[in-house]
Design a protein around this ligand. Structure first.
Ligand code: UDX
Length: 483
């Protein structure tokens, strides 16, 4: 099948590369000429596992790049729209990029093409898309419109695409159904998984990707509802963590208890400093706006957003509680990305926390395996030192903060960290360690939804299970851990 993918951002580029990987001839389009030229030269603009392999495998063969929507549409049978849908001032999704692309597509539509929205859009966008195409001159019989939401997570986007939990196609006519079924056939039939050069993924239980066929409006709602549900799951567990913390229970044990109920499941129950990224904050807000337009007050989502917004400030209170005062202190920060395995800092709770710390007069030594270049664009250079590894970040600091769930942060040499820190305090916003691992390394360990861990020689000077725990001043602690 000949496919055009309009928009070469995160979703567009991954989708284009994966469509080529499963055997299609793809043109990836972007209005940014510099980006297209870089892609043609072999540069990879995003930090995403397997994307470099896929681009080098298919570039110049089944995968081409262009700045011309017209050229791409006129030579393709299916056209995916993957342009951005940012948040507008009012919280709704701003669909002006989709609208602009639709007008361009209209001028090149002829024969019978399927135009498919893949960007996250509010329900009924397919209707508006159809109307815009018609108003912009497309002939009524020359196209169909469909929805095919993506469920790609940054960091695992390629395997999410090639080994999906499900493929959702929202179709209102025969042409869209047959074209989308044909596009995904290598995954639905399982033929892709038998190929020698297949992108590997050990966790895949099915040999055929499940296909869910719905009407277009349902598919549009599935996307928003999925993201809102996942965000709700995170806020729910964060609320439980806050209660757990104040009574001295253990959120990890609670999650093991509730997550083993197969109706709930263990995933997305990691308590922490809240969700961030380019999707959840924007999509929950946009879905709330959609509900409002349908005259439904979706108060549950307001609460999801409120709980999420409070996790950062709660964490900062913990930092203050551990350090007494902040001005003039030097803190090591591990992680600036909004989650592990990505260089993306958009809506990163870590960035918001660092910004507040800087305003409070703290000096910050940061390390992140991938996101530091992007952090430099948003953080003021003054008072932020970028380190080459976690140990350089920890050197001579009053405490160490863990703000992103990078795997490499869960396996630090803790005794080395203790020797490097001025005071043996770790405040972990991602619960990466069992408390006893930290305390046996001589570190006082604050985490989310668990009692504060205090090493044995210091245990008499701390009250466990109290969110407002007042630990002794670092100067009091220091002699107790010396040697
Ligand atoms: C999300 C959706 O998962 C994906 O299906 C959709 O297509 C795009 O949005 P992504 O934004 O890449 O993907 O990240 P995700 O892995 O879902 O994490 C989002 C945020 O939630 C991160 O800040 C992460 O740290 C946080 N999170 C996730 C938690 O705090 N706890 C968890 O248990 C899981």
């Amino acid at each position: 099948m000949r496919i055009a993918v309009i928009g070469s951002g995160y979703v567009g580029l991954v989708s284009a590369a994966c469509f080529a990987e499963i055997g299609h001839d793809v043109i990836s389009v972007d209005s940014d000429g510099a980006k297209i030229a870089a892609l043609e030269r072999g540069e990879v603009p995003i930090h995403e596992r397997f994307v470099p392999e896929l681009l080098s495998r298919h570039r110049g063969g089944r995968l081409r790049f262009s700045t011309s929507v017209k050229e791409a549409v006129s030579t393709s049978e299916a056209v995916f729209i993957t342009v951005g849908t940012p948040q507008s001032e009012t919280g709704e999704a701003d669909l002006s990029f989709v609208d602009a692309v639709a007008r361009e597509i209209a001028s090149a539509v002829h024969g019978s093409k399927v135009i498919i929205e893949k960007s996250t859009v509010p329900v009924s966008t397919c209707d508006s898309l159809r109307q815009t195409l018609l108003l912009s001159g497309a002939h009524p019989g020359s196209f169909s419109v469909a929805s095919n939401p993506e469920f790609l997570r940054e960091g695992t986007a390629v395997t999410d695409f090639l080994y999906p939990d499900r493929i959702v196609i929202g179709v209102d006519d025969e042409l869209s159904t047959s074209v989308l079924r044909a596009i995904y056939k290598p995954l639905i039939s399982g033929s892709y998984y038998g190929q020698e050069t297949v992108i590997p993924f050990s966790g895949y239980a099915h040999k055929q990707a499940p296909l869910i066929v719905t009407n277009a409006k349902s598919a549009e709602l599935i996307k928003h509802a999925s993201n809102a549900f996942l965000a709700m799951k995170i806020s729910f567990i964060n609320a439980i963590a806050n209660i757990s913390e104040s009574v001295g229970a253990d959120i990890e044990q609670i999650c093991a208890g509730i997550g083993s109920d197969s109706r709930i499941g263990p995933k997305f129950l990691n308590a922490g400093i809240g969700y961030g990224g380019s999707c959840f904050p924007k999509d929950v807000q946009a879905f709330y706006a959609v509900a409002n337009q349908c005259n439904y007050d979706f108060g549950l989502l307001t609460e999801v957003m409120r709980i999420n917004a409070e996790q950062g400030p709660r964490f900062l209170k913990k930092v203050k509680s551990a350090l007494w005062t902040l001005r003039g202190k030097r803190l090591a920060v591990l992680g600036v990305a909004f989650k592990g395995d990505t260089d993306d800092v958009r809506e990163s709770p870590a960035i918001a926390i660092i910004q507040t710390l800087l305003r409070e007069g703290v000096q910050v030594q940061v390390y992140d395996p991938a996101a530091m270049p992007k952090a430099k664009d948003v953080l003021p250079s003054k008072d932020v030192v970028y380190a080459n590894d976690p140990y350089e970040a920890a050197a001579n600091c009053d405490a160490l903060l863990i703000l992103t769930e990078w795997k490499e942060f869960s396996n630090l040499d803790l005794r080395r960290i203790r020797l490097l820190l001025k005071h043996p305090i770790v405040i972990d916003g991602r619960n990466l360690y069992p408390t006893d691992r930290m305390t046996s390394a001589g570190l006082i360990y604050y985490s989310v939804g668990r009692a504060v861990g205090v090493p044995e020689p210091m245990s008499s000077i701390a009250r466990h299970g109290d969110a407002g725990l007042q630990l002794p001043l670092p100067t009091v602690i220091r002699p107790a851990v010396a040697g």
